[in-house]
Design a protein around this ligand. Structure first.
Ligand code: GDP
Length: 530
């Protein structure tokens, strides 16, 4: 089914989405099952195994083990039925919100995974709010139904109340915990039974012609069947029916119940994304909306990752194609620099392996290896000067100074820090007086991640220490006034990785003074990413 039968078929079959959840709800397990059913891996368990193999090299493993969080993000493409799925992974921990928010600018829909026993948790709510800002359609997967869960109506109520969104059941659970049998597929009138013996096997699916079909009684014990009929009748009275338009507008979420670890309910969810999920959407730019079917290729960088392959000091820019049909070797305009760029070795992220992309379509995510030219927010086009909008930049809220424990490694540290600044992993300021650097982040845990990455990826042990500054402001204004200001306030002045001037202070009073003394100058808490 497509809302846009006019789209080229290759674009119409694409579904680009992310999974949002609170840690532990089952995102990794669900991802793994997606890849399994997408034919991208042969056996569940490989995502984590591969992930760890990669991380031991590149490497966040220690941190992930210490804290039980997942830090690395990636994109994965796979086929399912007639669809091409592009799953963009979002790092889960709240301290990595910058990355997560940016990721959500690259997708057309999100899957919200909740734990059937826990309901809507804090991180789910935060991520949901970001999706709502962009009116992203959301599909809900209520996981872990093989465990004691909450009452189905209670779960649905909680989502409706907590997130202020209509919830339409796409499936209905039969029993729960040890008595969980499977689900009644409301959208297709099917009975789906869970196979507890084999976790990687897909459930049995039995076509039913309505709730009075005698076939139901063959598979569902009388007591549970009576409860199912009662509940479905109540659901029909109390809950809205699925409405695709309302879903696409972000006002309604269909909910599936299942158990990711038992591979149950996963295919139905995937079918849901395929059948109802949005095809690639119009992407906003400052100039105009860019439609996927436009023949000219355009795209934007939403993430930059360094050191994905430790043998090469390359960076990979993750580009969401907004329009057109991309072919390897194409020359594109790098809008920010105004320079042409031959994209000769783009990467498609097929499951966990990187593979050269010969072609890609609007909606796809490709990786472009580069040496730092490509920054977050950059646009690539066939000549048009577009600026895609909506990629947020965050004001650093925490500042610390950093130095190498071995003073001989200062120069190397500078290189490492600049690279992380370009990745968008931190803001880095080089004070005009003295040596050392000030690093700004939005969540305290990011300091630990950085320290760990600098040591592992660059072999430089570092120490973060409290800084004398608490605020960073970009100095904007006429060049000569900015210079005058900088010369008169040397102890406050630093430069960021682009060489732009940043005012550091711990007093609001200083900021007020500068604004008063230098008319025409503004001190901005964020620097636009484009
Ligand atoms: P993430 O933090 O959201 O990525 O969650 P994981 O996928 O790592 O799952 C967290 C824990 O829940 C793991 O121990 C999983 O084995 C377990 N888990 C995932 N899905 C299910 C499920 O359907 N039923 C049960 N009982 N446990 C599950």
């Amino acid at each position: 089914m497509s809302n846009r039968p006019d789209l080229p078929p290759e674009i119409a079959r694409r579904r680009t989405f992310a999974i949002i959840s609170h840690p532990d709800a089952g995102k990794t397990t669900l991802t793994e099952k997606f890849l399994l059913f997408g034919g991208a891996i042969q056996m569940a368990g490989q995502v984590r195994a591969k992930g760890e193999a990669r991380r031991t090299r590149s490497d966040f493993m220690k941190l992930e083990q210490d804290r039980g969080i997942s830090v690395s993000a990636s994109a994965m493409s796979f086929d399912f039925r007639q669809y091409r799925f592009n799953l963009v992974d979002t790092p889960g921990h709240s301290d990595f919100s910058e990355d997560t928010y940016r990721t959500l600018t690259a997708v057309d829909a999100a899957i919200m995974v909740i734990d059937g026993a826990k309901g809507v948790e804090s991180q789910t709510r935060k991520l949901f709010e970001v999706c709502r800002l962009r009116d992203l359609p959301i599909l809900t997967f209520c996981n872990k139904m093989d465990r004691e869960s909450r009452d189905t109506f209670e779960i649905i109520d909680e989502i409706q109340e907590n997130l202020a969104i209509d919830v339409a059941p796409a499936s209905w659970p039969i029993g729960m915990g040890r008595d969980f049998l499977g689900c009644y597929d409301i959208l297709h009138d099917r009975l789906e039974l869970m196979d507890r013996a084999d976790r990687n096997r897909v459930a049995e699916s039995i076509k039913i012609s309505g709730l009075d079909d005698p076939k139901l009684a063959e598979h569902v014990p009388a007591e549970q069947l009576e409860k199912l009929r009662e509940e479905l009748e109540m659901a029909r009275e109390l809950l809205p029916a699925f409405d695709r338009q309302s879903f696409l507008e972000g006002h309604m979420t269909p909910i599936w119940f299942g158990s990711a670890i038992n591979s149950f309910g996963v295919k139905e969810l995937m079918d849901g994304i395929g059948e109802y999920g949005p095809e690639p959407q119009i992407q906003k730019s400052a100039e105009r909306g860019v439609a996927p079917e436009e023949t000219k290729v355009t795209g934007f960088v939403f993430k930059v990752q360094a050191n994905m392959d430790p043998k090469h000091r390359d960076r990979v820019a993750f580009v969401r194609l907004a329009s057109g049909h991309f072919e390897r070797g194409m020359k594109l305009l790098h809008v920010r620099s105004g320079k042409p760029m031959a994209v000769s070795n783009p990467v498609l992220f097929l499951a966990a392996d990187r593979e050269l992309a010969e072609e890609a379509w609007a909606g796809d995510i490709i990786g472009i290896p580069n040496h730092g030219q490509l920054r977050i927010g950059d646009a690539l086009t066939e000549g048009e000067k577009l600026r895609f909008t909506g990629i947020p930049s965050f004001a650093p809220e925490l500042l610390q100074s950093v130095r190498a424990t071995d003073p001989m490694k200062g120069k190397h540290l500078e290189k490492a820090l600049m690279q992380f600044a370009e990745e968008g992993a931190a803001k880095v300021f080089k004070p005009s007086i003295g040596s050392g650097f000030i690093v700004g982040v939005v969540g305290a845990l990011q300091f630990d991640v950085l320290a760990s990455r600098i040591e592992i990826e660059y072999g430089i042990p570092v120490r973060f220490e409290p800084s004398q500054f608490t605020s960073a402001r970009w100095v904007l204004g006429p060049k000569d006034t900015v210079e005058k200001l900088a010369n008169a306030n040397k102890q406050h002045i630093s430069t960021d990785h682009d060489g732009d001037i940043v005012f550091l202070t711990r007093l609001q009073w200083d900021i007020d003074r500068v604004v008063r003394d230098y008319p025409g100058v503004t001190l901005s808490a964020t620097k636009e990413m484009m």
